[in-house]
Ligand binder design. Structure first.
Ligand SMILES: CCCCCCCCCCCC(=O)SCCNC(=O)CCNC(=O)[C@H](O)C(C)(C)COP(=O)(O)OP(=O)(O)OC[C@H]1O[C@@H](n2cnc3c(N)ncnc32)[C@H](O)[C@@H]1OP(=O)(O)O
Length: 164
C-alpha cells in the first residue's frame, strides 16, 4: 500500500497515515515546537498525532489515544479528548491564517473512546468576526462520533507570542 495513504478503516494499532488527498501538515514548523502536551511525543504512550490538510485546506488529524489517556476503565479520559479538540481546533485557526489562543471551548462527549484506538479529527473555521474566530470540529471514526467541539479563538498580536 502507498505509505502516505491509508484506507479509512479504524485500527487498534497506531497507523496514523492520512486518507487519500490529505497532505501532511507540519504543525511544529508552522507554530513552533511548543505543542508538546498533545502532539509532542510521537513515540509516547499518551497521544500520537499526525496532522494533514485535506483537499479543501481544512485541517485534519489522526490521533492515537494511548494507555496514558485512560479515564473510565479501558477508555479515554474526557479531559484527554478535550485536550485533543483544543489543540486541533486551535491549530486549524492558525492553519487558516489567524494568530490565536483559545478563549472558550465547548466539548460534547458522545461516545466512550476505547484506548489504543486511532481516530480522526475534522475541523472547519465557520466564522471570523473581528478578533473572534469560531472553529467547529469532531473526533470520529467511521460512523461513530466520540466528541464534538466548538472553539472560540481570539486573535492576538504575533509579537506577544514566543514561537520556538
Ligand atoms: C505560541 C504559539 C501558539 C501556537 C498555537 C497552536 C494552536 C493552539 C493550540 C492550543 C490552544 C490553547 O490551548 S491556547 C491556551 C489556552 N488559552 C488561553 O490560555 C487563553 C487565556 N486568555 C487570554 O489570554 C485572553 O483572555 C484572550 C487573549 C483570549 C483575550 O484577551 P484580550 O486580548 O485582552 O481581549 P479581550 O478584550 O478580553 O477580548 C477580545 C474580544 O474577544 C471576546 N472574548 C475574549 N475572551 C472570550 C471568551 N472566553 N469567551 C467569549 N468571548 C471572549 C471579548 O468579549 C472581546 O469581544 P469584543 O468586545 O471585541 O466583541
Amino acid at each position: 500500500m502507498d505509505k502516505t495513504h491509508a484506507n479509512s478503516t479504524c485500527s487498534n494499532r497506531p497507523d496514523l497515515r492520512g486518507e487519500i488527498n490529505w497532505i501532511p501538515f507540519d504543525a511544529a514548523a508552522f507554530v513552533g515546537s511548543s505543542l508538546r502536551f498533545v502532539s509532542g511525543d510521537p513515540e509516547g504512550n499518551r497521544f500520537r498525532v499526525s496532522y494533514y490538510l485535506d483537499s479543501t485546506q481544512h485541517l485534519k488529524a489522526k490521533v492515537w489515544f494511548g494507555p496514558e489517556t485512560e479515564g473510565p476503565p479501558g477508555h479515554a479520559h474526557g479531559g484527554a479528548m478535550a485536550a485533543v479538540v483544543d489543540e486541533v481546533l486551535g491549530l486549524a485557526a492558525w492553519a487558516a491564517g489567524y494568530s490565536i489562543v483559545v478563549g472558550n471551548l465547548s466539548v460534547s462527549f458522545r461516545n466512550m473512546l476505547p484506548l489504543h484506538k486511532v481516530v480522526s479529527v475534522e475541523t472547519k473555521v465557520v466564522s471570523a468576526e473581528g478578533r473572534k474566530i469560531m472553529v467547529h470540529g469532531r473526533i470520529y471514526c467511521e460512523k461513530t462520533t466520540y466528541a464534538v467541539g466548538e472553539c472560540l479563538c481570539i486573535t492576538i498580536q504575533p509579537k506577544n507570542i514566543n514561537i520556538r
